[in-house]
Write a new protein. Structure first.
Lengths: 301, 303
């Protein structure tokens, strides 16, 4: 016999539905409020940077500050390239970052491959050493590396910077590629190639490298961005005018021209915008790989 | 066959291993060695670099500026790890919701991650300038404050806290949010819906589901992210150096900046090395434990 809804039970369920709807609305308001606040926190600096780069300097340093540009002007962008040798600095950063990326991809794929596949004596010790080197921050190594580069006569050279950059990027690249290859590439293809007469190295070149392309793409992004964005090692090893990377150049711009203190701020903001372009482009192109790379690190733990 | 395979493996690993040891491991040990020498560039011509035992450490631990710096570093780490983890988790939970435009919103939250520290620091310097700050402007419009907040120059302290300290913490949290959110999101997405359904059937509220399903399942990811955050905040350099160089009055100084300025501004490479050694001890112990636990887990997995 089916239970009939009584008037009192109807009233009770209607009340609980209303309470539930209220709770849902309260939650929803809270979530929207939080997300809006978080988005403002995260993105407002970029709005300010963009806005300032397109204003005249008079507007930028106004007090109280002007939130919406009254006159749009490219003055900042034109001046940015005149206050500092912007193109030269960007060129320096580009060269060093590109070479670092290539070297990292090469060495990381070689070691990531064998570390992911083969259980050879000492493999886990080597992995442990690489992981340890990746975890510990660079500020623990600055002086010996500085003296080393100095002794090699490579201060203020591209090679010196590249060496330092490869030093801090290679561990992460190796570990990422090792993790990627371990989970996504079966060994059958190489085994088939070897039966066909390839030796180990040719199998690596012809079979493994093409398959690991997504993983290599991911580490290229990280290696390039790591080198492009670096400040610690570039300010340590390359301080003389011409060979500065763009990050050190920006800092120099801040100090000399008082970009932080109020001199040619719109130009400085324009320089900042331009410096962010490679990062944003790479991010747009490779967001999938970047996110996958970070997530893989989360799951391995 | 096995021997030729092993030889192949060693050859393939060699470039990476050599570079990692030469540029990573050996310099760390060398930093320790340097911290036991006198290495003052102003005296080196006449006195060389004699062994002085623990004298450098004795010097720094009796130096109030260093002790304040050490304390700042630890305080920053606690604040930043908690801040990034809590906010990152909330953002990750939001990014996990099934709403329209989810991917676009996700990419918005990630922008600080590709921002160079110098650029981030520079923009925040503008936002925190006493006279030109839009934050001050807004606060005054809303009637919350009367005069400008001196974000980076106010030297009043409440115990260990000061306005510059909190401002720097906010900037560093801002920079660390994207990476942690992505990691936590990956963790969230690995929790199967069945567990939530089971909890609902058992009568769990939203908060209950969070406490009894989300948090326990996230425990490992949380541990990894908090460990990585801790290590990177202890050894931090760029943002603080560019924004305040440790000032005002040493209120925002951290070990990394202290080491750098002691060596390259005051020529005391011995003090710098000693400071770096402290960073090494703090982060190296945590890193070593982490590596050990990882390898034990891998050994268990391999069977």
């Amino acid at each position: 016999m089916k239970a009939q809804p009584t008037p009192s039970s109807l009233g009770a369920s209607r009340l609980s539905r209303q309470v539930r709807r209220l709770k849902l609305t309260a939650w929803r308001v809270a979530v929207v409020a939080f997300v809006t606040a978080a988005l403002v926190y995260v993105l407002f600096p970029f709005y300010w940077m963009l806005k300032s780069s397109f204003q005249t300097n008079v507007e930028v340093v106004a007090s109280p500050p002007i939130w919406l540009p009254r006159t749009l002007s490219l003055e900042g962008y034109v001046l940015a390239t005149r206050f500092i040798p912007f193109a030269q600095y960007v060129g320096n950063s580009l060269i060093v970052s590109l070479v670092t990326t290539v070297v990292c991809c090469l060495f990381a794929s070689m070691s990531g491959y064998v570390l992911s596949r083969f259980r050879f004596p000492g493999a886990s010790l080597i992995l442990g050493v690489i992981l340890f080197a990746q975890l510990v921050p660079g500020t623990t190594r600055i002086f010996p590396v500085y003296f080393l580069i100095q002794r090699l006569g490579l201060l203020n050279t591209y090679l010196g910077l590249i060496i330092a950059f490869v030093g801090f990027s290679l561990p992460y690249a190796t570990l990422m590629l090792q993790g990627y290859l371990r989970t996504s590439c079966p060994m059958e293809l190489e085994e088939a190639a070897m039966i066909d007469g390839c030796n180990w190295f040719t199998a690596f070149l012809r079979i493994v490298l093409p398959i690991s392309a997504p993983g290599i793409t991911a580490i290229s992004f990280f290696a390039f961005l790591g080198a492009w964005n670096d400040f610690l090692w570039s300010s340590l090893l390359s301080t003389v005018g011409d060979l500065r990377t763009i990050q050190v150049g920006l800092r120099f711009f801040m100090g000399e021209q008082g970009g932080g203190g109020g001199s040619q701020v719109n130009a400085f903001m324009a320089a900042c915008v331009m410096t962010m372009i490679p990062g944003l482009v790479l991010f747009r192109l490779g967001q999938r790989y970047i996110v996958r790379g970070i997530s893989a690190g989360a799951m391995k733990g | 066959m096995i021997r030729s395979r092993n030889r192949f493996c060693y050859l393939m690993v060699a470039p990476t291993l050599i570079l990692v040891v030469a540029l990573g491991i050996y310099p760390m040990l060398d930093t320790l060695r340097l911290s036991f020498l006198e290495y003052n560039l102003l005296r080196i011509a006449k006195h060389g670099t004699p062994f002085v035992g623990f004298k450098n450490f004795d010097t720094i631990f009796h130096n109030p500026m260093f002790m304040q710096t050490l304390f700042n570093t630890l305080a920053f780490s606690v604040l930043i790890v908690i801040g990034v983890t809590v906010l990152g988790l909330l953002i990750a939970m939001f990014m996990n919701l099934e709403i329209i435009g989810r991917n676009f919103l996700r990419s918005l939250f990630l922008v600080p991650w590709v921002t160079p520290p110098v650029v981030g620091a520079a923009i925040w310097l503008q936002l925190c300038s006493t006279t030109m700050s839009p934050i001050n402007h807004l606060l005054k419009l809303l009637g919350i404050i009367d005069g400008n907040v001196r974000f980076l120059t106010d030297v009043r302290t409440l115990g260990p806290l000061s306005i510059p300290f909190l401002v720097i913490a906010a900037v560093r949290i801002w920079h660390g949010l994207p990476f942690t959110s992505v990691m936590l999101l990956a963790g969230l997405q690995s929790i199967s819906d069945d567990l939530y359904e089971a909890a609902e059937i058992d009568g769990a509220s939203t908060l209950g589901k969070f406490r009894f399903v989300t948090l326990p399942m996230l425990r490992d990811v949380l541990l990894v992210t908090m460990t990585l955050l801790f290590i990177s905040t202890i050894g931090h350099f760029a943002t603080v150096y560019v924004m305040t160089a440790g000032g005002p009055n040493n209120l925002t100084n951290i070990l990394g900046v202290y080491a750098y300025t002691q060596a390259f501004v005051f020529y005391h490479f011995d003090i710098g090395a000693a400071t770096s050694s402290i960073i090494l001890v703090l982060t190296g112990t945590v890193a070593a434990i982490y590596v050990y636990l990882q390898s034990r887990m891998a050994a268990i997995e391999a069977g």
